[in-house]
Design a protein around this ligand. Structure first.
Ligand code: ADP
Ligand code: MG
Length: 444
């Protein structure tokens, strides 16, 4: 069999004839064929810059050229080459190429996952699910949490372990699954779609909530789930809330989600936050005083993605100013972008939600916060509380405060009522779906 390297070299020969010389020199020189599995082709490129350009502007030309060579449909992935990342161990390179080919980020490994209060159970379940079949396995493994607490990281770690064990995992987001399904229908390729998802050893769907309420996609996922489960294949699912709080899904799917093990990740405790910061600082090869890390761990409590983002900002800031990282510098770096001390992220989140709900119902934010009892306003208010609750970042009391000083039992009642109403009304269902989609599209 000819190697990815050789295939790419002949493809380059062809590309050279198809693009201008300067173009070729700038974008194609220094690229290499890294891996090919019969369907996906991984191309190594010299920099992020080249990667972005080729992906955006030359993907279809490249795919066409490869298809000419291979007489076979192929989808292309790009990755910055190992020479640039300093990864020289050939065995690691081989595994990491394979990982990238399957859409995994090598950073998201079990080794890089800090175990502590909040995620210990989820970690243990993930490790045993990734292990050899003799280990205790839960099928499906369903992991849920608020954003930024490590669901994607754990899921990808499971998938990469499975790859090492020569299993064939498929990793998709709920959104990708939906898009692929819609495309397959449009292009009358549903058989191919079905075959792709039935032929795997392990199916991983990240952020499944996206599929909820999209009836045909949900139906297709339901059958895929059944076939794989019957065949004893492992299924791993993540979501932003537990199955019982997913009103957009049909009951039969919700109950299947609970067949195996359903487990949540809670926000990390202080010690775990500190350990995560230390580990990330070490990975970034940055020296940061303990009191700076301590301060960050004190202030940023709810979301590890934010913790990581804050750390990266501090490191970038210090590099820019070419100074040491002191607590003062850290506060300044984080403050400039509304970080530390300006962090009542729940409030910001709540206000964002109220705004989106107000738009969706055609009422004003003031009306939602106020005392009006007209039907639209009351319903919008209930919806706002319901969505805030779903985001599960806010307590009932927090929500009550954010919505204009209401007490926790009012909030609880409103959420229950809305949950029922959503079950009975197509209009409300599509509204909540739309709002949640917009929330997800916001950078978190
Ligand atoms: P989610 O999918 O739950 O929104 P992610 O898995 O994307 O969250 O995690 C957000 C970021 O936080 C990622 O960069 C991830 O590597 C990091 N992260 C989350 N949990 C941990 C952990 N326990 N140890 C190390 N890094 C973590
Ligand atoms: Mg995620």
């Amino acid at each position: 069999m000819i190697s990815a390297k050789e295939i790419w070299e002949t493809a380059l020969g062809e590309l050279q004839l198809q693009v201008s010389k300067p173009n070729y020199q700038t974008w194609f020189k220094g690229t290499e064929g890294l891996a090919y599995d019969g369907e996906q082709f991984l191309i190594g490129v010299p920099s992020d810059f080249v990667l972005a350009y080729l992906k955006e502007s030359q993907r279809s030309l490249i795919e066409k050229t490869l298809i000419n060579r291979l007489h076979h449909g192929v989808s292309v992935r790009f990755q910055v080459s190992w020479a640039q990342t300093g990864q020289n161990n050939p065995q690691n390179r081989f595994l990491q190429n394979k990982s990238a080919l399957y859409g995994f980020n090598p950073k998201y490994s079990f080794d890089n996952f800090v175990v502590g209060g909040g995620n210990r159970m989820a970690y243990a379940a993930a490790v045993s699910t990734a292990g050899p079949a003799t280990e205790q396995r839960y099928n499906p493994l369903f992991i849920y949490s608020a954003p930024g607490l490590g669901k994607t990281h754990l899921m990808q770690a499971i998938g990469q372990k499975a790859l090492e064990n020569n299993q064939r995992p498929v990793y998709v987001s709920g959104e990708q699954f939906t898009n692929e399904f819609v495309e397959a229908i449009r292009e009358r390729r549903t058989d191919e779609f079905r075959a792709k998802y039935r032929s795997v050893d392990m199916l991983m769907v990240d952020d499944i909530q996206f599929i909820g309420g999209k009836e045909a996609t949900e139906e297709s996922f339901f059958h895929t789930f059944n076939d794989l489960h019957n065949a004893g294949k492992q299924i791993v699912i993540t979501s932003d809330c537990p199955p019982r709080n997913m009103p957009l899904f049909q009951e039969r799917l919700r109950s299947r989600f609970e067949w195996g093990l359903t487990i949540d990740i809670q926000p990390p405790d202080f010690e775990t936050r500190l350990a995560i910061l230390q580990s990330k600082a070490e990975q970034a090869q940055a020296t940061i005083a303990v009191d700076v890390l301590d301060m960050m761990a004190q202030e940023m409590k709810k979301n590890i993605r934010e913790l990581e983002g804050g750390l990266n900002r501090i490191i970038a800031y210090a590099q820019l100013l070419q100074t040491q990282i002191t607590p003062e510098l850290a506060i300044k770096a984080l403050k400039d972008v509304g970080g530390v001390r300006a962090l009542p992220e729940t409030q910001g989140g709540c206000q964002g939600i109220i705004g989106l709900v107000a738009d969706s119902f055609g009422v004003s934010v003031e009306e939602i916060m106020g005392r009006s009892r007209t039907k639209e306003v009351a319903q919008a208010r209930q919806m706002a509380m319901y969505v805030m609750r779903q985001q599960s970042k806010c307590s009932l009391t927090d929500i009550g405060t954010a919505i204009g000083g209401r007490n926790a039992s009012t909030v609880s009642h409103a959420c229950e009522k809305m949950s029922q109403d959503i079950g009975n009304s197509f209009m409300l269902r599509s509204k909540v779906e739309d709002i949640q989609k917009k929330l997800r599209a916001k950078p978190s």
